[in-house]
Design a protein around this ligand. Structure first.
Ligand code: KG4
Ligand code: ZN
Length: 458
């Protein structure tokens, strides 16, 4: 484990969430009755583990990241990431348990991310979870990585009740979803090409930034020094005939325009680290960073405002927009989305048009973001997603004692969250074509209705 540092929790999230209703107690017996869930996350380049109680206390966590190793290669290299998970997994799980002051036999369930993500990496976490569950006869819980990003807001913030709207922005996904209940989602929008985190990472690399702590944070920091108006990149999909009225995203065109600007203004920037350049060039790079960020986030804001309209039409009781995933750690993004929820829907609803209204009817919904360290990948979100599912009886039995080889565990590297909204038309064909597994919503329904839960999945 010489390349990775395992860190434990500096400041455990303290939470409330439904403690007394969970155990039906008002006088302290909650403590006794609450159950413990271990969460394991290995879908990409972070090995995370945490123990969270069903009354919402984060008892212990640990995290190891191999981001600094991948930085040299310009992106996550699956085989390298797998090797780093292999080295880190036992230590990370042991540290989370010891920080929590519990042993594996005290757990009521073990939750693990089984998708979406890199198969090689997911497998390591799933095998570890399965082996612990087999040894200690502990139920298993299959977790969807993106659902875990969204649900952790219910651990860290008060009043995030279903239904809510959620915007998930990470390295691999850009999703706008209507969250109806645990495991039940409608997809309002997705990316047609790249995710925003990926665009941040790529731009940071072309600008010669230090990627060891991630491209996004490095670009955010440099953009603070820049003039966001200097480069007039166009906001994606505004001119598109079909795309301009959807909640889908596209970042490939912006990425190309930024690359062309860098190639013409500062050729070879990628090969010259930012620390080695003079003040004029630093300013130029900062201006490109700030201009990229302004336009990329304007697109995010626009699509989210449209999604607020769609969501409220379907579920007028929505009170929150939950924004999570790595990019949600970004301060500029948070400020922009705060504005988006204040301003509300982009267009009038059909009903408003019929009534001849000129202005939209809108009471601002609240923007809720988990603290930045719980926006990026971590074990707490997986443990909490496990708690949410355990409360609903969505656990699976432990593997048979005689199962000693877990390498055939079924994973879901591509795993849609729910059905596509009826108004969403752009790219539906291509999205459907790439669907390798039934959605999380279908999976959850099958578990809730079957007497014999889908034990074979994990
Ligand atoms: O959710 P996450 O940790 O992993 C995935 O599920 O992909 O998200 C990682 C992504 C990376 O692309 C990273 O550069 C981006 O989130 N990210 C940021 C920031 N922190 C992380 N992007 C912009 N600004 C940030 N502060
Ligand atoms: Zn993630």
């Amino acid at each position: 484990m010489e390349n990775q540092e395992i860190s434990d929790s500096a400041e455990p999230a303290t939470v409330q969430a439904e403690a007394s209703t969970e155990n039906g107690s008002e006088n302290g017996s909650v403590e006794k009755a609450s159950r413990l869930v271990l969460g394991i996350e290995t879908s990409c380049d972070e090995t995370g583990a945490a123990v969270v109680s069903t009354d919402g206390r984060v008892l212990g966590e640990a995290l190891a990241s191999s981001a600094a190793i991948h930085a040299q290669w310009g992106g996550v290299v699956p085989a390298l990431a797998k090797g780093e998970h292999e080295k880190a997994i036992d230590g990370v799980v042991d540290l989370a348990l010891s920080n929590a002051g519990v042993s594996a036999s005290d757990l009521s369930a073990i939750a693990v991310t089984i998708g979406p993500g890199l198969s090689l990496c997911l497998r390591l976490g799933a095998m570890k979870a399965r082996e612990l569950a087999r040894q200690h006869r502990t139920p298993l819980i299959s977790v969807h990585h993106m659902e875990a990003h969204a649900l952790v807001a219910r651990l860290t913030n008060d009043g995030v009740n279903f239904p809510f709207l959620t915007l998930l922005v990470s390295g691999g996904h850009n999703l706008l979803l209507l969250a109806h209940s645990v495991g039940h989602y409608t997809q309002l929008g997705t990316t047609l090409d790249d995710a925003l985190g990926e665009a941040y990472d790529k731009t940071a690399r072309l600008l010669g930034l230090d990627l060891s702590k991630g491209g996004g944070p490095a670009l955010e920091a440099l953009a603070r020094e820049g003039d966001p108006q200097r480069f007039k990149f166009s906001v994606p999909m505004r001119a598109s005939k079909t795309g301009s009225k959807t909640c889908d995203f596209s970042y490939a065109g912006l990425k190309t325009n930024v690359r062309l600007a860098i190639e013409s203004e500062i050729p070879g920037a990628e090969q010259r680290p930012l620390a080695d350049v003079d003040a004029t060039e630093r300013q130029l790079r900062a201006d490109i960073a700030a201009s990229f960020q302004r336009v990329a986030v304007a697109h995010l804001e626009e699509r989210t405002r449209r999604a607020i309209g769609w969501a409220l039409e379907q579920e007028p009781n929505i009170k929150c927009l939950v924004m999570a995933g790595g990019v949600a750690a970004n301060k500029y993004v948070r400020e922009s989305l705060t504005r988006a929820v204040q301003e509300g829907p982009l267009e009038l609803t059909r009903r408003e048009v019929k009534l001849g209204m000129k202005r939209k009817e809108y009471t601002p919904i609240r923007l809720v973001c988990p603290p930045p360290r719980l926006c990026t990948d971590n074990g707490v979100m997986v443990a909490w997603a496990g708690v949410e599912r355990l409360r609903l009886g969505l656990e699976e039995p432990p593997p048979p004692l005689e199962e000693t080889d877990h390498s055939n565990v079924q994973l879901r590297p591509r795993w849609p969250m729910g059905e596509i909204h009826s108004k969403s038309t752009t790219g539906v064909g291509s999205i459907r074509a790439t669907r390798a597994f039934p959605s999380l919503t279908a999976f959850t329904k099958s578990m809730s209705t079957s007497a014999q839960p889908a034990a074979s999945v994990l």
